[in-house]
Design a protein around this ligand. Structure first.
Ligand SMILES: [Zn+2]
Ligand SMILES: [Zn+2]
Length: 340
């Protein structure tokens, strides 16, 4: 087997490298810059070129080599190349080929286009490692244009009532999609984590104000604030009163998810596949061997076995597709580290 599953992560013995390892290793290929996939401490990193600045921003001084999509390197006979995963900027599926055996490690991905990220591309292989964050039939996400229209209508309604609109989303990926979809003539203020993440990504901040301690409420009068979940329930929000607050997450499709988090509005915006997207993606690879990781892995692996007669197994990893999304709602740990 070209890839093995070890306690440090997904390992390729022939090339002596790991993909998204959760412990420090010599050589790590990184699918994307979210913190559960890109961890610090490894000696050498390989990633997509669009991840370079955000990886350096998050991991500090690292030895990093980058590739474009479709470009390949060969390490001890193993041909390695990256393909678009459609998850966030710079996100890549890793394709490994050795003596006719082909594996694809998809990291996190989504099939639905968001109008911003380079779209996911299916890659033919025999072994496919997939996430299953939203691997239940109840998850069917609306198109990005529909969600953007909902968001813009909501902002316009708040503005007409003299209310600020606070939109909460994960700093890397979600925040850029929100800003990309937002159409308003009102001032837009960014939480510093969002502003700094944009800067690291090369995302144009010229239209936005960065929150600082000398912020005056009159600067908005009213306006839009884009913040991370670390702001939820914190006194920081009080300075924007009166306001309405919306959350952007795939979990917003669940009845009660918004209410439980004291949000006025929830937009179903996810950087992961919905149910249909997962099935489409898995079948498009033509792979007979599917390894299902973070999310509803036992349910989804069973579905693939029974419905499509695939050789699908659960794969235990330390990726947190589900709780990354959750943590952007419930826990401020990861985000507050970034804010430092
Ligand atoms: Zn991710
Ligand atoms: Zn993940």
């Amino acid at each position: 087997m070209l890839l093995q599953f070890t306690n440090k992560g997904i390992y390729c013995p022939q090339a002596d490298l790991y993909i998204d390892p959760w412990r420090p290793v010599d050589k790590a290929i990184i699918t994307h810059a979210h913190s559960d996939h890109a961890r610090s401490g490894s000696k050498h990193y390989l990633a997509h070129k669009d991840s370079e600045f955000i990886l350096r921003y998050r991991l500090g001084t690292i030895s990093l080599e980058t590739l474009s999509y479709y470009e390949s390197v060969t390490i001890n006979g193993v041909n390695i190349s990256l393909f678009p995963a459609g998850h966030i900027i710079g996100s890549a599926q890793v394709r490994l080929e050795y003596k006719g055996e082909i594996w694809v490690v998809s990291g996190d991905y989504k099939v639905k286009q968001d109008g911003y990220t380079i779209p996911f591309e299916p890659v033919k292989c025999q072994h496919f490692i997939t996430e299953s964050t939203f691997g239940l039939p109840i998850y069917n996400f609306p198109e990005a244009e529909i969600v953007n229209a909902q968001m813009n209508t909501w902002v316009a309604e708040n503005t007409a009532q003299g209310l600020n609109s606070i939109i909460i989303g994960y700093a890397l990926g979600k925040a850029q999609r929100i800003l990309n979809g937002l159409i308003t003539d009102r001032p837009i203020l960014l939480h510093s984590t969002v502003y700094n993440t944009n800067e690291a990504l090369g995302f144009d901040n010229s239209r936005y104000q960065k929150f600082t301690q000398d912020f005056q409420k009159e600067d908005l009068n009213p306006g839009v604030i884009v913040a991370t979940a670390s702001a939820m329930g914190s006194p920081w929000l009080r300075r924007f009163e009166p306001y309405k607050l919306a959350m952007c997450s795939g979990w917003m499709q669940l009845r009660g998810a918004r209410r439980r988090r004291n949000a006025d509005m929830g937009f179903v915006m996810s950087d992961h596949c919905d149910w249909q997207g997962l099935n489409e993606a898995v079948l498009a690879t033509g792979a007979e061997n599917i390894y299902v990781t973070h999310g509803y892995r036992s349910i989804y692996a069973k579905w693939l076995r029974e419905q499509y007669k695939l050789n699908a197994v659960e794969l235990e990893t330390q990726f947190e597709g589900e709780s990354i999304e959750n943590s952007s709602i419930e826990s401020i740990k990861e985000e507050s580290e970034d804010a430092a």
